[in-house]
Design a binder for this molecule. Sequence first.
Ligand SMILES: Cc1cc2nc3c(=O)[nH]c(=O)nc-3n(C[C@H](O)[C@H](O)[C@H](O)COP(=O)(O)OP(=O)(O)OC[C@H]3O[C@@H](n4cnc5c(N)ncnc54)[C@H](O)[C@@H]3O)c2cc1C
Length: 428
Amino acid sequence: MRPLDIGIAGCGPAGLATALLLARDGHRVRLYERFEAPRPIGSGLMLQPTGLAVLERLGLAEAAVACGARIDRLFGKAGGRTVLDVRYAWLGGRDLHGVGIHRAALFDLLHRAVVAAGIPILCDRTVSASPSEKGGGRLAFDDGSLSPPHDLIVDAMGARSPLVGEAAHPLSYGALWASLDWIEGFDGSALEQRYIRASTMTGLLPIGRAPGRAHPQAAFFWSLRGDRLEAWREAGLEAWKSDVRRLWPATAPLLDQIADPAQLTFARYAHRTLSRPARPGLIHLGDAWHSTSPQLGQGANMALLDAWSLAMALRRSKRIEEAIERAVAMRRSHVRLYQGLSALFTPAYQSDGRILPWIRDRIVPPLSRLWPATWIQAAMVAGTFGDPLTPLGLEPYASPAASASTSPTASPASSASLSSAEALASTK
Ligand SMILES: Cc1cc2nc3c(=O)[nH]c(=O)nc-3n(C[C@H](O)[C@H](O)[C@H](O)COP(=O)(O)OP(=O)(O)OC[C@H]3O[C@@H](n4cnc5c(N)ncnc54)[C@H](O)[C@@H]3O)c2cc1C
């Protein structure tokens, strides 16, 4: 296909990765972002072997592993009983693992690479309307101005994209999140959780170092019903801390780092899967196409796979519409599968129900230790269930054991990300 002029709205993982891949293929790319300067929001997230496979093709996976924390296991307890124990090693073969990473570190890796590749980012541009409303491949902004016409628009504006007509279904539970300094006494290679039924959940994810910070960090979270946020604020920090300590006494020194409720950000979750994530001249990627609760930890990884599939489809197609159809077709079954799994599992971990958590705590654990349940759980967590990578010509990312970081005390993000950005620039 001839080089296209492509406008990408949104500088999250989907937008930045799409920009890099398409610019590398020779397309003229321009990014639009609502913030005055692009920035990440939130604490940390888990990269899976799927998302890492895309970062590897971008020359950024080793830097992500180096500044994040290698995760080998997901582990959860309810009332002293182990109810969740999933290990990547159960997938067998290569050395697969997750990476807990500070959002700022992931953003920094991608953003530096975009800047190094000379891709223009137009900031303070809040997209307000769909090009089809305003005509011909243009984005409309909230100040009434229009973008120049683009051959293709990529909507990577996340779960609340203004270009999506279908409303998301809000989930009753969300979570309070904070990035805290890592302390000894926890498993540095595990995502750990504690539960009381499905209505109370707290967890800790090692996330390595944020750019410019010497000390490794952890993402700490506490689930909360959206309509109880005000009551939580009114009850005060000390009342909440004593609830957390009762559930997981070892977190007491971590909680000492929280002196102000403003250190905790409340994330609301919503579920939506667009049945038609494209229309002529426009494709929705990442959370704009499929958003859900982060229970399975796949959203950013799926956004990276979406970006890769669009790049592949453009390479393989003669016309834009053919490429859009192909990109959607390559991702559709994986998106449906994981959106379905998220809808299925979220009530077992975040709801007021009693039956599902009872089954989770009493029936599932003994069965889940038997093969092939061990493999199925590990594949679901790794994002490889349903084999999304083969159609995309990718393989799950596996670290060379010697170079993998094995604890939250990994090497500084800034130097690692700079070298990756430079590596990418030199491949162009
Ligand atoms: C608390 C929490 C924990 C999570 N944990 C994980 C995890 O462990 N693993 C995982 O894979 N995923 C996780 N996720 C999901 C993950 O964060 C998302 O799936 C991912 O960020 C989606 O990327 P995106 O680029 O599609 O959208 P976003 O990251 O939402 O980026 C959208 C971008 O568009 C910009 N934008 C929005 N509106 C406009 C506008 N009108 N005009 C211009 N720009 C606009 C935004 O500023 C932003 O830069 C988690 C989510 C939450 C909330």
